[in-house]
Design a protein around this ligand. Structure first.
Ligand SMILES: NC(=O)C1=CN([C@@H]2O[C@H](COP(=O)(O)OP(=O)(O)OC[C@H]3O[C@@H](n4cnc5c(N)ncnc54)[C@H](O)[C@@H]3O)[C@@H](O)[C@H]2O)C=CC1
Ligand SMILES: O=CCc1c[nH]c2ccccc12
Length: 278
């Protein structure tokens, strides 16, 4: 039986969040995610990143059920959609819990601040997020795609500090992201990253390709085992103190978490992708 990942980062409320998350957006957006989720959990992944906007919370729930894991063994995340006409934030969450087949989620994020920012409702949305945590429908609340300005507005008067700010993070956005990562850290907010594989998955031939290949070759030589560029990028994220939210629609790419966990603890880079990933 694959050992589940135990490498975690501690949130500002003492909750421990597994460092590696399987995402059900992007490659799995609007698709049946059940089998991918089940295989991810079978490979030891316990942190599952979902969203109301991904149109697949029901199949995320099906994959969780098919995994046979107990609720307490998993860290389940969903995100508040940007528009919910005629509904309260609590009502959208209750719909998510029903689709996921769970009584609570471990982390509930505001997915995108844009609509609330435009309507001057960021504080109002955050108060509603605080309320659902107090009611026990979620263990932790956080945000996603928040700027420093958005965070300052929410923190002014907040009873609960966001536990997480999930943002796009990889070397190509570091100049813009660094101030947000630093602000997160200064305020006890854990940075979760998405898009971490962009330099190899979406922007080949970019300016870091050469240095990425030099690092990959050096690690492969010193470690005496195959190393992928994706693993180097994951390690870069870990060194920034970030949670790594990634995904794949090719379940054969999974590396067992035992190998990843062992490599991570040894300070080696880790990725969900097989060592044959190119
Ligand atoms: N909060 C938000 O607004 C957002 C959240 N997310 C979450 O993060 C998750 C992961 O986001 P991604 O951008 O997909 O993560 P990512 O940047 O880690 O990319 C993963 C994708 O890259 C592909 N890949 C990896 N290595 C590759 C290689 N060497 N060559 C070609 N392709 C390669 C994989 O097959 C997979 O489809 C999403 O599923 C979602 O759950 C994603 C975007 C926005
Ligand atoms: O999370 C993935 C990117 C994203 C941000 N907002 C939305 C809304 C609908 C689908 C995907 C996304």
């Amino acid at each position: 039986m694959t050992k589940t990942t135990t490498h975690t980062i501690t949130l500002n409320n003492g909750v421990r969040i597994p460092w590696l998350a399987f995402g059900t957006g992007t490659a799995l957006y609007g698709r049946n995610a059940a089998e991918f989720v089940r295989v991810a959990i079978e490979n030891g992944i316990t942190h599952l990143d979902g969203a109301q906007a991904y149109a697949n919370e029901d199949t995320l729930g099906a994959g969780i059920k098919a995994s046979g894991k107990s609720r307490s063994e998993l860290f389940i995340v969903t995100k508040l959609k940007s528009s919910f006409p005629g509904k309260t934030i609590k009502q959208t969450l209750e719909e998510s819990l029903n689709k996921l087949g769970v009584d609570y989620v471990d982390l509930f994020l505001i997915h995108d601040p844009t609509p609330a920012r435009k309507e001057g409702k960021l504080k109002e949305w955050w108060k509603a997020m605080e309320a659902v945590q107090k009611e026990g429908l979620v263990k932790s609340i956080g945000v996603s795609n928040f700027t420093v300005q958005d965070l300052k507005e929410v923190l002014d008067g907040a009873e609960i500090v966001p536990a997480v700010n999930q943002i796009e993070l990889h070397p190509y956005v570091w100049k813009a992201a660094e101030p947000i990562v630093n602000f997160n850290k200064q305020h006890g907010i854990v940075t979760a990253s998405y898009g971490g594989q962009t330099p190899v998955a979406r922007v080949q031939g970019g300016p870091i390709d050469e240095v990425l290949e030099r690092i990959r070759e050096r690690l492969e030589k010193t470690r005496g085992q195959p190393v992928t560029s994706g693993q180097v990028l994951s390690k870069w994220l870990l060194q920034k103190g970030a949670i790594v939210v990634t995904t794949t629609s090719k379940s054969e790419r999974y590396m067992t978490l035992r190998k990843q966990e062992r490599n991570c603890i040894r300070g080696f880079s880790c990725s969900m992708f097989s060592v044959n990933e190119r």
